[in-house]
Design a protein around this ligand. Structure first.
Ligand code: NAD
Length: 312
């Protein structure tokens, strides 16, 4: 049992992760924006919500002064892969500077273990490889990818000069329960949302872009296993290790929903590299993890859940 501070735990990944950590009897402190605490956690005595903003350094200090933590999980990000320069500049305090404040407070409060969520889909960028290992060059070419890479580097720098030890995870494209069906990212959830609303799915380019998709339960399992070992300054890809094109996803969505799927093709976006698949050998051998839910099963699972909620 560990006392874990989750920063940004009310979102898609955080709420799924917290559910699993509570079931494993960890004591969870979820620091997120006021009013965001997921209702389903209220029944747990090992859950506490701390409202505040990471961009306010006094809130960060208050969180660390309140009680000791064994580990910190850092999920907060307000940028998306499609974010441009304007959002990068407007949001730089929360996306670039807040982590500095967190690490400084960890150091002064004797907490030395951080698990940071980076991005397997964007840090490798234009390195010319279709399957990426953790040690492959990072050449991000979006503001989101650059921000993740910069924060990774900052954590690595601090781990050389302070007692902070890190685990950096680079997830591929997680999908599943709790994902925003009407958001700007997450092809599978958005496609299912469009089918449910009887609207066309918008695809940039010809649909040949290949990505690595991972069901949220598999991502959460991987993180729980990584949290069971002490952080030792390691970076892990967490994906399926398999590629699927956008057109293949649309086919699976058609099959899973049984609905006619309308597709609207738009011009390709510069931000989309043709292929990005994660090599997952390292996490497999380190914590004996492997993905259990394949694409067909995962998409059916999410669709069924959406239908059962819409019938309530
Ligand atoms: N979802 C994906 O496809 C994906 C893929 C790879 C990596 N990631 C990374 O994983 C992390 C979590 O992703 P997610 O999809 O759950 O994101 P999300 O947007 O659903 O959740 C982020 C959470 O951070 C909180 N937050 C934002 N600003 C805050 C602030 N100033 N103070 C306190 N809390 C604040 C939000 O309220 C939200 O609950 C992010 O860092 C993201 O970049 C996500």
């Amino acid at each position: 049992m560990a006392r874990i501070l989750v920063l940004g735990g009310s979102g898609f990944i955080g709420s799924n992760l917290i559910a699993a950590l509570l079931d494993r009897s960890h004591v969870i402190f979820n620091f997120d924006r006021p009013g965001t605490s997921p209702k389903q956690f209220e029944k747990y005595s090992n859950y506490k919500f701390i409202p505040g903003s990471l961009s306010d350094s006094s809130h960060v200090r208050m969180v660390f002064d309140q009680q000791p933590y064994d580990k910190v999980i850092y999920l907060v990000s307000t940028l998306l892969p499609s974010s441009g320069y304007l959002e990068f500049i407007q949001e730089r305090d929360i996306n670039l500077v807040a982590l500095f404040e967190v690490l400084r407070n960890m150091e002064s409060n004797g907490c030395s273990d951080i698990l940071f969520f980076s991005s397997g889909g964007t840090v490798y960028g234009l390195n010319g490889k279709s399957e990426n290992k953790e040690e492959d060059p990072c050449l991000p070419f979006t503001y989101y990818g650059y921000t993740k890479w910069a924060l990774e580097e900052y954590i690595r720098f601090l781990s050389r000069t302070t007692s902070v030890k890190y685990t950096i995870v680079r997830p591929s494209n997680p999908y599943g329960s709790g994902q925003n069906l009407f958001g700007k990212q997450g092809l599978i959830a958005v496609a299912l949302g469009r089918v449910m609303a009887n609207k066309p799915i918008e695809i940039w380019g010809d649909g040949q872009v290949i990505r690595d998709y991972l069901y949220i339960d598999d991502l959460v399992n991987a993180i729980c296993l990584l949290l069971d070992i002490p952080a030792c300054n390691q970076t892990f890809n967490v994906g399926s290790g398999l590629g699927a094109s956008v057109n293949q996803i649309i086919e699976v969505v058609k099959e899973a929903t049984g609905f006619p799927v309308q597709v609207q093709y738009s011009p390709a976006r510069k931000i989309d590299v043709p292929v990005n698949i994660l090599n997952i050998d390292k996490i497999k051998s380190t914590v004996s993890w492997e993905p259990k839910i394949n694409l067909d099963e995962g998409i059916v699972k999410l669709w069924r859940e959406m239908q059962s909620k819409s019938n309530l």
